[in-house]
Design a protein around this ligand. Structure first.
Ligand code: PMV
Length: 357
């Protein structure tokens, strides 16, 4: 499918305001490496979180000249970095939403997770902005024929802001990228998997242990780019392709031993790619490894199907079924908090997706 351009024609748009609250997501099979215009080198699967959210309001008014101005307030303060990032995003999607140039924007954004937690907020942040723009297109240009079309377009647009953001448009389990044999999948937008998932995954938990809250030293876009010259990239993309098919089976069967195996292998492969890139780098810390070893010991001793995954950073996401919640929280408090930055843990879980505000 090509992008279903709503063919927005110029007309006067009055001043107004739209707002969306959008979640972060955690990948189970990782997207690392891309080609062309944000086309993923392999398909990925994530679940959308419920507590780690970005709330964004976009106020707009007619621009004086045919050239937009943009002001970005993050947590109440003017933020030049986010303003530049968002302006770049707006230029990239100008052919989709030509009305952008007709307007001036004041964007106010805040996260529900602590600012100092070092959690990547590009997925929640970019998806919230994409939804807000689609809301303007819907309100003034009647752009989408159905709710389905609205979200598909929002996912397409969010992908151009940050790849993983396209998955945050849907709640529950979500895939992004073409998967052989699955006809609704696309490299251009994400796809909800929720109809085909064992109930155990509908209430899965993700307790995020904040090991280090520093800004990461190597950005995701540089990391993706380094996959072009990584000698192991071909094998990695094949591994991800195989893991996607295995995970899709596991999501249907609810087989947690295989789930643990796929998810942990994916996290370690992601970081192995960083260590084998040129230039090489790593983002994990000593405490990341200490936590992983403790999880392995705990799982061996108790048989509880708890596992970890990692994003592009040192923080550890601990994934576990709802029925094991009490014992895992107790384990985190007694054995793992000492490895975190100021005892910071965010107890999150699978969420329902974005909400209009
Ligand atoms: O969306 P980006 O470009 O920030 O890349 C995200 C990459 C990972 O978070 C490491 C993996 C993923 O699939 O979310």
């Amino acid at each position: 499918m090509n992008y279903p351009n709503p063919k927005l024609i110029f007309k006067d748009i009055p001043s107004g305001k739209v707002g969306w609250r959008s979640p972060s997501n955690i990948a189970l099979v990782k997207y690392w490496g891309k080609k062309g215009t944000q086309i993923p080198a392999n398909a990925s699967i994530s679940f959308t979180l419920s507590e780690s959210l970005t709330e964004t309001t976009v106020e707009f008014s007619p621009a004086f000249e045919n050239n937009f101005n943009l002001e970005f307030l993050f947590e109440g303060k003017s933020n030049e970095i986010f303003a530049a990032k968002t302006s770049g995003f707006f230029y990239r999607i100008m052919d989709i939403f030509p009305f952008i140039n007709q307007l001036d924007f004041k964007i106010s954004s805040k996260n529900t997770f602590p600012h100092s937690a070092g959690i990547a907020s590009s997925a929640s942040g970019m998806s919230a902005i994409a939804l807000a723009l689609c809301e303007i297109a819907k309100r003034y240009f009647n752009a989408f024929s159905s709710e389905d079309e609205f979200f598909k377009n929002a996912s397409f647009v969010a992908r151009l802001g940050s790849g993983s953001a396209c998955r945050s448009i849907y709640g529950g389990l979500v895939s992004w990228g073409e998967i052989t044999g699955y006809k609704n999948t696309s490299n251009l937008f994400a796809n909800s998997l929720s109809d085909n998932v064992d109930p155990v995954f509908e209430t899965f938990h993700d307790s995020i242990l904040i090991v280090d809250s520093e800004q990461k030293k190597v950005s995701s876009s540089i990391g993706h780019g380094l996959m072009n010259s990584n000698p192991f990239s071909k094998g990695r993309f094949e591994q991800a392709g195989a893991n996607i098919l295995r995970l899709l089976d596991v999501l249907k069967s609810g087989e947690l031993i295989d789930f643990v195996d796929i998810v942990e292998s994916e996290a370690l492969s992601l970081h192995a790619m960083m260590m084998t890139s040129t230039p090489y780098f790593f983002l994990i810390k000593t405490n990341t490894i200490s936590i992983i070893e403790k999880i392995w010991d705990f799982r061996k001793e108790t048989g509880v199907p708890v596992c970890f995954t990692l994003d592009a950073g040192p923080n550890v996401h601990i994934l576990y079924p709802h029925e094991n919640k009490d014992e895992i929280v107790e384990f985190i408090n007694s054995e793992l908090l000492k490895y975190t930055n100021n005892n910071t843990v965010i107890h999150d879980k699978v969420g329902n997706g974005p909400v209009k505000i």
